[in-house]
Write a protein that binds this ligand. Sequence first.
Ligand SMILES: CC(C)(COP(=O)(O)OP(=O)(O)OC[C@H]1O[C@@H](n2cnc3c(N)ncnc32)[C@H](O)[C@@H]1OP(=O)(O)O)[C@@H](O)C(=O)NCCC(=O)NCCS
Length: 183
Amino acid sequence: MKRLEIMKVKKLSRTHLENRLAWLNHPDVYQYMNMQYPLTFEEMESWYDRIKGNQLRIDLVFEEENEVVAMTGLTNIDFADGLAEYYILVNPEKQGQGFGKASTQFTTNYAFNKFNLNKIYLYTNSYNTRANKLYLKLGFQQEGLLRKHKFKNGGFIDRCIFGLLKDDWKQQSYSSDIVSLTS
Ligand SMILES: CC(C)(COP(=O)(O)OP(=O)(O)OC[C@H]1O[C@@H](n2cnc3c(N)ncnc32)[C@H](O)[C@@H]1OP(=O)(O)O)[C@@H](O)C(=O)NCCC(=O)NCCS
């Protein structure tokens, strides 16, 4: 059975915030994200209170055998231009096991089927080889390199921008997988 068929997919809720905080404060995650560290639980809760009613984003949680394995989201959804920005975090204890691929496939299918978007885009820190490879494998194209675009750990770093057009996505074998949230 395919990994996508085994995973449960839910909307992010307050009960997931402890996991999310632990992941974001883990070096295997925070070296690739650009937030202020360490994050506190109070900051995480106030972030959640700000975003929870926002109709221009969706935050998803993936579970396998009752363990949270990944979180993804679409933010800055722009219905006029058919655009949204994608993010993903995989449980630091579960990276490299296919969860990133499966949850990205789910979220892109969800985006194009449920929100009728035309394009998903995202940024990576250029040294994030694993993420860069993942996106290329799923049909995203690198659309640019943003030179010295972020100040991190005492120096400027390059960032990559990737995009997946609906037309490119339709050519991907995973685009026909059926996606629905677990109630
Ligand atoms: C980047 C991330 C989402 C990838 O998810 P993952 O579950 O670790 O990756 P997967 O096991 O699904 O592998 C997907 C692809 O990534 C690439 N990959 C996986 N491990 C890799 C490694 N150690 N080195 C290079 N590429 C690797 C491969 O192309 C792989 O596809 P394949 O197995 O078919 O060859 C995850 O590692 C993560 O959350 N990292 C920290 C946060 C982050 O970087 N988020 C993205 C910011 S843009």
